[in-house]
Design a protein around this ligand. Structure first.
Ligand code: MOS
Length: 745
């Protein structure tokens, strides 16, 4: 069908939920009202390892407004019914179970939950609870645990292990004329979205609950609640219409949802539990990682050996894994590659996915190392990347469904003005500032996940498309509305998307940058099925002008279905539905990856990131004055929301390059900068000119709608581009992220 030019898809459409958000009408999990609502406040452990000996609740129980206090001794009886339960993205091990026993696994671990009439009363009472511990020695320092590093279990990790070695990387390294071997470190970072974790569990009576949760997957949270508390799926409805940023922190059900539901079940009341900003530092984080990258090349710049080894932190109860080193086996062409990835256990919470998990860390090291090699070789850093371009994925020997990376290099360099770069470090100055230009490649998976959707035509001619997806700020509401409007040729106002409810058609969590491709394709499939149904109804009507038409010959637009060759011959949708005595018409659609295609092809999003820095050497201050990110991401559904994704990723990458670092006092096992004063995320003054380019990339295999997804690619490569620019400006190579003032001076 569709001979008509695109009305919505590909247009820079403003967010359909934008007005609700900026006027405060969009409700977030901790904002829903409920009658007789109770408030919970979590009390965290003050030690990092050991056992609880006793908890003195007497003073807290006497405080005004206190309703109940839960500890491991009186937690809800229903909790932990299903001992084997694991969430959709759980690594090997056992998901954290709040109040499960007296055992302390990390600093800040919940040891009690105070429930009171007001949040203030709960927090006040929490402050007078006294916990006595039997303290065990702890270790939160990865450096000290590196000697105990182990190869993580592959089973059920969901993460591809490093590929087997190819060629002989060690021999090739020894034989090569030009080589470097360097150590890199990315310090741990914590998630700090605007919206902190919160759950409002509304007790509906009859053992039914509506749970408003901050989550990236309402169905994942629903499965958690029903499994952990032994409830039926009809009894629990999870809603997450709006999510104030997540980036991976809310892929897995977090503490607050456990506590809100547990207390609600026990007290038969509605309960809200929220975390404070400081408590956000007691849950998942981007793990501390040590890396060594060894690269060797001929004088022509062609890589002859790549070795990349990483050791990352995990907790004692889970083997959290990321693909850190795998990128080094497929980013560039090289016949001799050896990659290793190990974990070491610390007395911390389990790390968690954080925007492009693994890739940001591994690509940062590889791309800094390649930059170092380019100076050894005397080859332009952009040129060395072109010289080593990989035509296929050499880890798996599969073809890329598309890879417009060369266009990213070219268009990015042109927009950035790469040609003005003087090759020597310290060669470019502007007043008292040294100027540096750096480049990096970026790469991230272009996943397609199983997803379902429904499409419903109402008799007033409006369309509703529904899938249990989430919008974590990415624009899901908007792009699904666009896809529906495009399919039926309707104005956006006549299309309503429904997402963020557990009882909608099946959706994975919103993560991995797969939502636009997966849920978008499911919505499109549902719309196609609906158009077919509509056509069948129309064709069999008495004296139908479409009686002898084929489905391929008709178009649906503006509340009518008509012949493409003669638009006057058609029927109004309202007329068709009236004749069929329908008040609405619904069809389902679904998408899943093609296994046959997956044997031959693999899909990635690519980018080229260019950064300009200005460094005041007297003060050690680095300003990132310009970034150009050119991305190849298949079809762009909405250039406006797509650009926002890249902007956000680049800003987060600037944070990783220069600012973000969770600092632990290892004597206490405690993070000491658990606040926005001392954990610095980029503020407006840290962000200057960012330009986003989407290069043309057609891909008819990655997903039915040709979309790759953009949530994560913007952060990958940004930190390396900034670090490389700092070297170019100053001649100083910092291999320890973030590159703070003390490391520049
Ligand atoms: Mo993303 S780290 O899968 O939210």
């Amino acid at each position: 069908m569709s001979v008509i030019e695109s009305m919505h898809v590909g247009r820079p459409t403003s967010r359909v939920d934008g007005r609700l958000k900026v006027t405060g009408q969009a409700q977030y999990a901790a904002e829903y009202p409920a009658d007789d609502l109770l408030y919970g406040h979590i009390v965290g452990s003050t030690i990092a390892a050991g056992r609880i000996v006793s908890i003195d609740l007497a003073a807290a129980r006497r405080m005004p407004g206190v309703v109940e206090i839960f500890t491991h001794e009186n937690r809800g009886k229903a909790a932990w019914m299903d001992r084997k339960w694991r969430d959709e993205v759980a690594p090997p091990g056992h998901p954290f179970r709040p109040l499960h026993s007296d055992r302390i696994l990390f600093d800040g671990q919940p040891v009690a939950l105070v429930i009171a009439d007001t949040f203030e009363a709960a927090r006040d009472a929490a402050s007078v609870i006294k916990v006595a511990y039997d303290v065990d020695p702890h270790s939160t320092e990865l450096e000290r645990k590196r000697s105990e590093a182990y190869v993580p279990p592959k089973k059920r990790s969901g993460i591809p292990p490093p590929p087997d070695p190819r060629g002989d990387a060690e021999q090739a390294f020894a034989d090569a004329p030009v080589k470097i071997s360097r150590d890199y470190r990315v310090n741990p970072e914590h998630h700090n979205p605007m919206e902190m974790f919160g759950t409002t569990c509304v007790f509906e009576g009859d053992g039914k609950f509506t749970v408003y949760d901050k989550t990236q997957g309402p169905q994942n949270t629903q499965a958690y609640i029903t499994s952990v508390f032994g409830l039926g799926s009809d009894d629990v409805r999870v809603v997450n219409h709006y999510v104030g940023g997540a980036f991976g922190a809310a892929l897995r059900p977090q503490q607050q949802v456990f506590f809100a539901v547990m207390a609600s079940l026990e007290l038969k009341r509605s309960v809200r539990v929220t975390l404070t900003r400081a408590q956000m530092f007691h849950i998942g984080y981007r793990p501390d990682t040590y890396q060594t990258v060894s690269l060797a090349a001929g004088h022509d710049g062609r890589l002859q050996s790549i070795m990349h080894d990483a050791v990352a932190a995990t907790s004692h109860y889970e083997d959290y894994q990321e693909a850190v080193v795998n990128w080094s086996g497929m980013m560039y062409h090289c016949d001799n590659v050896k990659l290793t990835y190990q974990l070491a256990k610390l007395d911390t919470a389990t790390p968690c996915d954080m925007r492009a998990p693994g890739a940001v860390i591994g690509v940062a090291a590889l791309e800094c190392a390649l930059d170092e090699l380019s100076y050894e070789l005397g080859i332009d850093p952009l040129e060395i990347r072109r010289i080593n371009f990989a035509e296929k994925d050499e880890n798996t020997n599969k073809e890329f469904t598309s890879k417009a990376l060369m266009a990213c290099y070219q268009e990015g360099a042109a927009a950035f003005g790469w040609e003005r770069r003087q090759p020597q470090p310290r060669a470019m100055k502007d007043g008292r500032e040294l100027v540096g230009l750096g480049v990096s490649t970026g790469m991230w998976d272009a996943f397609l996940q199983k997803a379902q959707a429904s499409a419903t035509l109402k008799d007033d001619g409006t369309l509703e498309v529904a899938t249990a997806a989430s919008d974590i700020g990415t624009g899901t509401w908007t792009i699904l509305t666009q896809i529906g409007a495009e399919a039926f040729g309707l104005p956006l106002e006549d299309v309503r998307a429904r997402i963020g409810e557990s009882d909608l058609p099946m959706s994975p969590v919103e993560g991995g940058s797969w939502t636009a491709a997966s849920n978008g394709s499911a919505v499109q499939a549902a719309c196609d099925a609906l158009k077919q149904s509509l056509f069948k109804l129309a064709a069999k009507m008495a004296n139908s002008p479409l009686a002898d038409a084929r489905f391929e010959d008709v178009e649906v637009q503006g509340r009518r279905i008509f012949r493409q060759d003669d638009p006057a011959r058609g029927l109004a949708i309202a007329e068709i539905m009236h004749a069929a005595e329908l008040s609405e018409l619904t069809e389902q659609g679904k998408v899943s990856p093609s296994l046959i295609q997956m044997m031959k092809y693999i899909s990635y999003t690519h980018s080229a990131v260019f950064a300009e820095v200005r460094v005041d050497e007297d003060l050690g201050i680095v300003r990132v004055t310009r970034v150009v990110c050119a991305a190849a991401a298949g079809k762009i559904l909405n250039p406006k929301t797509a650009r926002s994704q890249i902007l956000g990723g680049v800003v987060m990458g600037i944070g990783m390059a220069l600012h973000e670092e969770s600092m632990t006092d290892h004597r206490l096992g405690k993070i000491m900068n658990a606040n926005f004063g001392e954990y610095h995320i980029p503020a407006h003054a840290d962000v200057e000119d960012i330009e986003v380019i989407f290069v043309d990339e057609k891909d008819d295999k990655v997903s039915p709608i040709g979309v790759k997804g953009l949530g994560e690619i913007g952060i990958v490569g940004t930190a390396a581009a900034v670090a490389n620019a700092i070297y170019h400006a100053t001649g100083k190579r910092v291999r320890d992220f973030p590159i703070t003032i003390d490391k520049i001076l």
